[in-house]
Design a protein around this ligand. Structure first.
Ligand code: BES
Ligand code: ZN
Ligand code: ZN
Length: 498
């Protein structure tokens, strides 16, 4: 955390105290220079001509003015509805702003929330517009300082959000703070290095945090995994001194629910590639190979904290893919709990192997739908970059709804095909299915492999988040740390399903 944030909903006229900053948005229009004059009048000051001219020019986007009275800092942002404007605008802006004021010695922010009326095209409702502002502040405030000896103690920062209906805003603040609590937990898990985050510690942390929120967490250790005949999980996890765990989370609200959804997440705490070892460049990010599990854990946490009226189960196979005398090998044939056999062509395609057991387990619960999350393939990142996750499903309705939640939350998904012809590519001469295909269509053959283990009567979607889960420079809130991708997306999706 950079700051210790405290958010308040305000309706009264803004009054500035010492060390405060003022944030306001102006829509790009013919009257914008008049609006600047009005701000000058209201604040009893005159901006330097140069700043105003820059701001008013075509390229100008921000007027940032350091004042020697309160407010000490004024930030006026010009909102332009050009082709670059997106629903992520305010989230991204505030994430950047929070980071930028770290050196400014500001104790409070007075934010005039943007007017919803002119933003209707981009936001379904006013609450979500406000939510995106709040998320931006908190997401920009995130830091993973667990291993920093010289980390500064976070300073207090008070944020007053000014709007017309403060009761509604108060609710939005509360809900969003719960969501952020869950996202922060996810990010802390994904950013934690594998020397510290093992299958066992991931299970223990999940249990202690989620239980408090009302989720029932069951942890199966390696002996119980063996009893359940999940030999695919055991094979992948066999080489590590950190033995596997199988985590099941159950969130069942008190009210009657329409649906039961099972979420499955790939929990590889480190992926060395196994005997089909990765080159160093490919291995460096592999502490994040449990980002799918992290997302599932965070989604369950958020649903429980905000008491969503929908039943959700989380299933996480957690292993470390390492090398030792007990490592599974290329050419091995392993069986899942249902007895289906897998021809191991490459030990680095380990995620799908553990997910096979997990998807069979999920199918047996006979839920209304299954969605799995996995940093599954480099091929998906080659196809889509880090801007979007791949989604593969036969269910058009499920796709549409997740996709819409993606545009709303700006955790976007893009569909890849699951046509039956692709199954040819993972046929094996020796076993029921092979864990790798040829070079082409890697994200699709991985999904076809998973499909083989899902009950075909249950609507299912696979989300490959290998790209957006890992830090990237596309947004102000994703540039330093692993992103926690998927929690905002599926929390919103679940809300729509309830
Ligand atoms: N964990 C990796 C996929 C990955 C790559 C995640 C980049 C995040 C960023 C996965 O287990 C893997 O190694 N997949 C192989 C599959 C191949 C051996 C068929 C890959 O994508 O190269
Ligand atoms: Zn791998
Ligand atoms: Zn992996």
């Amino acid at each position: 955390m950079l700051f210790n944030l405290k958010l308040f909903a305000k309706t009264e006229k803004i009054s500035f105290t010492n060390d405060s900053a003022y944030v306001k948005f102006l829509l790009d229009s013919d009257t914008i220079s008049k609006e600047i004059s009005k701000i000058e009048k209201d604040l009893k000051l005159t901006f330097p001509k140069r700043l105003v001219n820059n701001f008013l020019s075509e390229k100008g986007s921000e007027l940032k003015y350091h004042h020697n009275q309160s407010p000490d800092l004024i930030m006026i942002n010009k909102v332009k509805f050009d082709k670059y404007f997106t629903a992520d605008y305010f989230r991204n802006y505030f994430a950047g702003l929070i980071k930028s004021i770290k050196e400014e010695n500001i104790k409070s922010l007075q934010i005039e929330l943007p007017e919803f009326n002119s933003l209707k095209k981009y936001f379904s409702d006013e609450s979500y517009l406000h939510q995106s502002v709040i998320e931006g502040c908190y997401l920009g405030n995130y830091a993973f300082n667990k291993f920093k000896s010289d980390a500064e103690k976070p300073k207090q920062l008070k944020i007053n959000l000014h709007t017309k209906n403060s009761a509604k805003l108060k609710k939005t603040i509360q809900e969003t703070e719960n969501l952020i609590k869950a996202i922060t937990f996810t990010k802390d898990l994904v950013n934690d290095p594998a020397i510290s985050l093992t299958p066992k510690s991931m299970a223990a942390q999940t249990k202690s945090n989620l239980t408090k929120a009302g989720v029932k967490v069951t942890i199966f250790d390696e002996k119980q995994i063996k009893k359940m005949n999940m030999t695919a999980v055991l094979a992948v996890g066999g080489a590590s001194d950190n033995p596997p765990r199988f985590i099941v989370m159950n969130y069942k609200p008190k009210v009657k629910t329409k649906k039961k959804i099972v979420l499955v997440g790939k929990g590889v705490t480190f992926d060395s590639g196994g005997l089909s070892i990765k080159p160093s460049d490919g291995m460096i990010e592999m502490k994040a190979d449990m980002a799918g599990a992290g997302a599932v854990i965070g989604i369950l946490y958020a649903a429980a904290l905000n008491k969503l009226p929908i039943e959700v189960v989380g299933v996480v196979p957690a292993v470390e893919n390492m090398i030792s005398g007990n490592a599974y090998r290329p050419g091995d044939i392993v069986r899942t709990s249902s007895g289906k056999s897998i021809d191991i062509g490459n030990t680095d395609a380990e995620g799908r192997v553990i997910l096979a057991d997990a998807l069979e387990y999920a199918s047996k619960m006979k839920p209304d739908e299954i969605i799995d999350f996995a940093t599954l393939t480099g091929a998906c990142v080659v196809a889509l970059g880090q801007n979007a996750a791949g989604i593969l499903t036969h269910d058009d309705n499920l796709f549409t709804q997740v996709s819409n939640a993606g545009y709303k939350t700006w955790e976007r998904v893009w569909r890849l095909p699951l046509w039956h012809e692709y199954h040819e590519l993972i046929k094996s001469d020796l076993a029921d299915v092979k864990n790798v295909g040829p070079r082409w269509a890697g994200a699709i053959t991985a999904a076809k492999f998973l499909e083989y283990f899902v009950d075909e009567n249950i609507p299912w979607a696979h989300i490959d988040l290998a790209g957006p889960a890992i830090h990237h420079k596309l947004n102000n809130y994703t540039d330093t740390y692993e992103t926690g991708f998927g929690v905002r997306l599926i929390y919103e999706y679940l809300k729509q399903q309830a």
